[in-house]
Design a protein around this ligand. Structure first.
Ligand code: PFF
Ligand code: NA
Length: 436
């Protein structure tokens, strides 16, 4: 068997993790939630949760993967085997299925975004009125299938080149450009006449929202989802780490840049929405109706619009690459398949399973909700229990501290074992009750 690949540098690893973390959660969900759940007031629970719990969850997944040099199935199997238990691999299938499920619907959205990138680049919308109508003739229809296929093919081709030559290289290009574009668009958006109302919507603190439990629930769910805590995606990236890489600092940097990108997305999208008298919304209509309308209304808008959709392509594609790596690694490790074979099998199957979702938005919504409300949080809980409880929180701390400039002290052990695992269970239960 071939030796396991590793990242070529700490920077390459961090950029790949930032790429994995930044995605639709930052662009679809965060801007709207920030405004809807109290503006600056929402930032208090959100920043607290993402800094404390997000960082802990990332350290857990990175070091779990690195300690076993395997993805979730193999890593879970090893931990339980050491205790004489033989069901670890079966348990590890759950987070792998969850993340694969995210890939299935995510790759469809990558296709939509690619289409809208070409539409804005070629200035194809004839009028503002044609934009909502176009959305209805595209999303949920056979017209998406070709773009879905292109999205999958792009992902498959990149991942077929492996960790260093594929995943790491493209993230090193995409991430700096992504941030550069968002900063350019930030100036464009904030200098629009009427942008102030959007800034107010985003930042004016509505302190009363802090007494509403739903604000805390949304902040908590967001903080887990946005840094990809599902027990497999960040774990598999960790499995390609060298022993000397500083895990606490890598986890913190991932959280930091993921958060910065959420802010940038919010301050690009929402002030421009207000400047043109539109309604800020959550989900697909925001990106595929509101945003194209904004750019159509703005002088030179097709240039900024194309830039915007290019940045969203990079955000979503860098996450899709991470998502597909999870089942790809599982096939390589379980069945000794080559990377190329494995990635083509996964890409092909994901495309087939995705076809009904292409054609029917109700099925799409049901599938996406089931995966993100149930499977992903269950995966996060299973990983926390397996690593902090079964493998042992003292072993976990040793693994995290390998290569760490500022090692975690003993105080951290009860925090990870009781608080973090407990909160992961709370995220799961509240998510089910409130439907995400
Ligand atoms: N973090 C990604 C986003 O914000 O879009 C979504 C995600 C990826 C969640 C992978 C969970 C996961 F395992
Ligand atoms: Na994110």
């Amino acid at each position: 068997m071939q030796e396991r690949e590793t990242w070529s540098s700490k920077l390459g690893f961090i950029l790949a993790c930032i790429g994995a973390a930044i995605g639709l959660g930052n662009i679809w969900m965060f801007p709207w939630r920030l405004g809807a759940y109290g503006g600056a007031a929402f930032l208090i629970p959100y920043l607290f949760f993402v800094l404390v719990l997000g960082t802990t969850g990332l350290m857990e997944e990175f070091s779990f993967g690195r300690s076993k040099k395997k993805g979730a199935i193999g890593a879970f199997e090893d931990v339980y085997k050491d205790k004489g238990l033989n069901f670890g691999d079966k348990l590890g299938i759950i987070p792998v299925l969850g993340v694969t499920g995210v890939f299935i619907f995510y790759s469809i959205v990558v296709g939509w975004i690619l289409k809208y990138f070409t539409l804005t680049l070629t200035n194809s919308f004839e009028s503002i009125e044609s934009i909502p109508a176009y959305f209805g003739t595209f999303v949920g229809t056979p017209n998406t299938i070709l773009w879905h296929l292109i999205g999958i093919l792009l992902t498959v081709i990149i991942v077929s080149f492996g960790i260093k030559e594929g995943i790491e290289k493209v993230n090193k290009v995409m991430m700096p450009i992504l941030f550069g574009i968002l900063v350019i668009l930030l100036f464009r958006s904030l200098t629009l006449p009427g942008a102030k109302a959007g800034i107010k919507f985003l930042l004016l603190p509505d302190w009363s929202k802090l007494s509403d439990p739903i604000t805390w629930i949304m902040a908590l769910g967001q903080s887990f989802f946005t840094v990809s805590l599902g027990g497999a995606a960040m774990l598999v990236y960790g499995s390609y780490l060298k022993e000397d890489v500083d895990i606490p600092s890598s986890a913190f940097n991932t959280v930091l840049f993921n958060t910065i990108s959420s802010f940038l997305a919010a301050f690009v999208i929402i002030p421009a929405t207000f400047a043109f008298g539109l309604d800020p919304q959550a989900g697909p209509p925001l990106l595929f109706i509101t945003v194209p309308t904004i750019f159509k209304s703005m002088p030179g808008g097709y240039f900024f619009g194309a830039l915007f959709f290019l940045s969203v392509v990079f955000a979503a594609l860098s996450s899709a690459i991470n998502l597909i790596e999870v089942p790809v690694e599982a096939l390589i490790e379980r069945f000794s398949l080559s990377r190329k074979k494995s990635v083509f099998i996964v890409g092909f199957l994901a495309f087939l399973i995705g076809l009904p979702l292409d054609l029917n938005m109700n099925i799409f919504g049901l599938f996406a909700d089931t995966v993100t409300v149930y499977l992903i949080p269950i995966g996060a809980v299973l990983a926390a229990i397996t690593f902090f409880w079964v493998y042992g929180v003292d072993n976990a701390r040793n693994e995290i501290n390998k290569g760490a400039e500022k090692p975690l002290g003993i105080w951290w052990e009860p925090f990870a074992k009781y608080i973090f695992t407990g909160v992961a269970i709370i995220v799961l239960v509240l998510g089910i009750i409130y439907g995400g």
